[in-house]
Design a protein around this ligand. Structure first.
Ligand code: ADE
Length: 255
């Protein structure tokens, strides 16, 4: 009987969620809704431990790029024993049907800069990615219906557009893409929907420890020659919309 009760308590324990973003702006609105119980610094990253809508969470700004995000994901898993990792932030659009402000929920994630350089070409080592957790994807798709997104005035000229949300492929590399030629290459070679600088590294660390993950990215730019200007114009609202979706997912955990 005692053993049964202990098992019941253990299985009923809420799952702890690691929440990551690269930039301050990508996590600040999540921080606003967090009840922080403890703050730690490990490897020059600040980990906030507490609850969001009663869901146990560890929130961290990982910094930019694959190394910083892999380091942080590993710490979330090894030091804080998180059961799930969700990464939130912005990305450059690769799928030409998507506009600034639209949101990509990861079906899978690949590295676009991992491969072999030849005199006239670059051959990726891998065009297969890491698959995001299907139940987290399901929760995210349900959450989309409940979120009131901030309208984003997109480049295409549509002002105050409510984001379109797609399930898609995210390409990761240690490069900020501001080139239409490179955007087209990533589209053709990887069939990706957006590009960013952390997701596949987090996914690879999660896969090593069998930790379910999900990456949510809202488009701040279209990875072309205007990307630098667009990024600064749209990053705030794009980041807020991605965070809103993450918060609604957490809200569903506690139901
Ligand atoms: N994050 C936001 N925009 C990006 C881009 N164009 N390339 C890489 N990462 C990004």
């Amino acid at each position: 009987m005692m053993i049964f009760l202990i098992c019941l308590l253990v299985t009923q324990e809420a799952r702890s969620v690691g929440i990551m973003g690269a930039l301050d702006v990508e996590i600040e609105s999540i921080d606003d809704d967090m009840t922080v119980e403890m703050v730690d610094t490990i490897g020059k990253k600040t980990y906030k431990i507490g609850k969001i809508f009663n869901s146990p969470c560890v929130l961290v700004q990982a910094g930019i790029g694959k190394v910083a995000s892999a380091q942080t994901a590993q710490t979330l898993i090894m030091q804080y024993g998180v059961d799930i990792i969700i990464f939130t932030g912005v990305a450059g659009g690769i799928n030409p049907t998507l506009d600034v402000g639209d949101i990509v929920i990861s079906k899978d994630v690949i590295q676009h800069d991992f491969g072999q350089v030849w005199p006239d070409s670059f051959v990726p080592f891998d065009t297969f990615g890491f698959y995001a957790d299907s139940s987290l994807i399901g929760l995210a798709l349900d959450a989309v219906e409940k979120v009131e997104f901030v309208p984003v005035s997109a480049r295409s000229g549509t002002h105050g557009k409510i984001p379109r949300v797609v399930l898609g492929r995210i390409a990761t590399g240690d490069q900020f893409i501001s080139s239409e030629a490179k955007r087209r290459w990533i589209e053709e070679v990887f069939n990706a929907d957006c590009v960013e600088m952390e997701g596949a590294a987090v996914a690879q660390v999660c896969a090593a420890y069998d930790i379910p993950f999900l990456i949510i990215r809202s488009l701040s730019d279209l990875a072309n020659e205007d990307a630098d200007v667009d990024f600064h114009t749209f990053v705030l609202h794009a980041a807020q919309n991605s965070s809103k979706l993450v918060k609604e997912i957490l809200n569903q955990f506690v139901r």
